[in-house]
Each structure stands twice: as C-alpha cells, then as structure tokens.
Design a binder for this molecule. Structure first.
Ligand code: TXA
Ligand code: MG
Length: 317
C-alpha cells in the first residue's frame, strides 16, 4: 500500500530526523545526488530501502556520518584512508574500509561484507540532518534501482512518491554525480569514478590509484553494466545527430536539443547530466526518438560522466 510522502522544507530538520528515528524512509539532498536514508542500525528500516528501490540485496549501501571522528566508530581507518578523509571530507568521496567490530550496523547495510562504505557529505542540509539524527544513515541514491539518479526533489518524487515516508528539500545538487568510491587500506583502488577526480586523489596521496579495469582491482558489487538508464536507447560518442535522435551536446555542438555545457566545462556538465538525461528521455518518448550524446573528454570529472553514460547506453537485461 502507498504511504503518504511528507514534503519537508529545508528548515524542518528535526521532523526529518524523527522520521529516521522511528525507522522510516527519508530522502534528503546531498551535494552529489539525493539519497534515500534509513537508520543504518535498524534492519527493518534498511530492508525498507531495498524494497522501495527494488534494489538487489547483494548490493551494499553507503553510510553517512557528520565527521571523521564519527566515521571511525564504524570503520577502521588505515593511515592512507585517514589522509583521504582529512583531505576530502566533507565532500563527494566514499571510503570503503574494514567494518569495526561491534559497530552495530545492520548486516543488510554491508550485504554481509566485512567492509563498509562511509561518506561525510558537504551539503548543509545533509550535515544538519546527520547531526540532528546522531547516528549512521544508510543511503543509496533516491531512485528506483537501475534508473537515473535524482539531482532535484522533483526527481525523487517522480520515482518514489508513495513508497517513502518523507523528503527533505535541499535544492538542486551542485555536483550532480555520485561520490567517488575508493577501497582504502594499504593501497587505494578506485571502485567508482565520481565527484572527486582521480587526479585530485593522486595529488593528495602522492601515489597512483588502481583503476577498476586493472585485473587486480576488486570489483564493487553494485557496478552493474546497465544502470542510470532512461527508457529510450542511448548512443554515446555521437559526432552527429541522426534524424530519429534527441541530441545532448557537449561544447560547441550545432543543432543539439540540450547541451551539458556549451563552454565545455566538465563541472557544469556533471551538474546537468542526470537532469538532461531525464529531459531527453521525455522528448524521446513524446517523439518516438532515441538519445545521442556528444563525446565528453576522459579527463577530470569526464571519467565519471563517461562511466554513467556508458552504463546508460549499455544493453539492458
Ligand atoms: O554520492 C553518493 O555516493 C550517493 C549519496 C546519496 O551519498 N549514494 C550512492 O549510493 O550513490 P548508491 O547505493 O547508489 O551507490 C553505492 C555504491 C554501490 O555501487 C555499492 O555497490 C557500493 O557503493 N558499495 C557500498 N558498500 C560497499 C562495500 N563495502 N564495498 C564495495 N562497494 C560498496
Ligand atoms: Mg545509485
């Protein structure tokens, strides 16, 4: 049966924290994308997150905390992990570290792994919520599993209205792409490209970060080939628009229906990506067309943008 999804304005942080405390499902803004939060120590609440999203139970969740001191109560930080936390938190970086014994997290959060992904978000609303709640909040992106991640409150409601208890309004997400995820132990391996660039990670570490395509890099259980998928088919690295396509351009592209960034700015493109995929999907649906996207360079945030586009274009199962 559908629930009534409560719309909370950004100052209604205490009401939002109360929803988490009573085991409810609360969507909230972060600087990357909107998350669908639940009390990470309440197994029933966490099960509700998987059910609302239709997410496979083998795919673990990220826990959100207000600072490194709180994070160290749930994970064991190596010197390298601590170095990254100190450089990039609060911000769009998730660190996968060994779970601390007796941390009290629901085993559904980690999907039975002995590691946990932890993030300290920078968004003011998220920080206020985490402080008011006072515990770890498990939160995947607030969209039905496999779909396009939400960067506005309206996107959350499009996918999950009636399936969740509340949504805390927090404006449009500045970064617009999910956090970068790294496994941080003796070495650092990239599990998902995201809002912190590999170049910036390597500059802080003074050493190379292993890439997902390296054969020795462990794989993240959630990195499914088809993900972020609009209804329409997607063709990437499109150098021209075909008659039956809606074109999402990047840079000075003539005849594009939408443009991620006319100036060719990757941060602007990242912030526009998911919303423009949704808009293009709407146009494609109305007009019986498919979607084409111009080439985006593979440097900086381009790595994460291309990761999402490749999955959006992948064969659906
Ligand atoms: O920006 C973000 O990271 C957003 C906001 C809400 O924080 N969250 C997000 O969550 O993108 P989600 O669930 O859509 O993606 C989490 C990813 C999944 O691919 C999952 O497999 C991976 O994190 N993950 C979680 N725990 C892990 C672990 N212990 N080891 C490896 N990968 C893990
Ligand atoms: Mg997601």
């Amino acid at each position: 049966m559908d629930k009534q999804t409560e719309r909370l304005e950004r100052h209604q942080v205490d009401q939002a924290a109360e929803i988490l405390r009573r085991g409810g499902l609360l969507a909230f803004a972060t600087e990357t994308v909107y998350g669908l939060g639940a009390d990470a120590c309440n197994g029933t609440a966490v099960a509700g997150v998987y059910a609302a999203k239709g997410r496979p139970a083998f795919n673990p969740l990220i826990i959100h905390l207000p600072d490194l001191a709180a994070a160290e109560r749930f994970g064991v930080f190596s010197p390298l992990a601590r170095k990254l936390a100190e450089a990039f938190w609060p911000g769009p970086l998730s660190l996968v570290v060994p779970v601390r014994e007796g941390a009290g997290l629901s085993s559904l959060v980690t999907a039975g792994l002995d590691t946990v992904a932890i993030r300290v978000p920078a968004h003011d609303g998220a920080r206020a919520l985490l402080s008011a709640f006072g515990g770890p909040v498990a939160a995947p992106s607030a969209n039905p599993s496999g779909g396009i991640s939400p960067t506005r409150m309206s996107h959350v409601l499009d996918g999950l209205d009636g399936k969740i208890d509340g949504v805390l309004e927090g404006g449009d997400c500045d970064v617009g792409l999910e956090s970068t995820i790294v496994l941080a132990g003796e070495d650092v391996a990239l599990l998902r490209a995201g809002g912190v660039t590999v170049e910036d990670l390597e500059a802080v570490l003074g050493q190379a970060v292993a890439r997902p395509e390296d054969p020795d890099t462990p794989k993240s259980p959630g990195q499914l080939a088809s993900h972020y998928a609009p209804d329409a088919k997607v063709r990437i690295n499109a150098r021209e628009r075909r008659a039956d396509e809606v074109l999402i351009g990047f840079g000075a592209v003539a005849g594009a229906d939408l443009n991620l960034s006319e100036a060719g700015d990757l941060a602007e493109a990242a912030a526009n990506l998911f919303d423009m995929l949704r808009q293009a999907d709407g146009l494609a649906r109305q007009q019986g067309r498919s979607i084409a996207v111009s080439p985006v360079p593979m440097t900086g945030l381009g790595l994460a943008i291309n990761d999402r586009l490749t999955r959006a274009a992948a064969e659906r199962r």
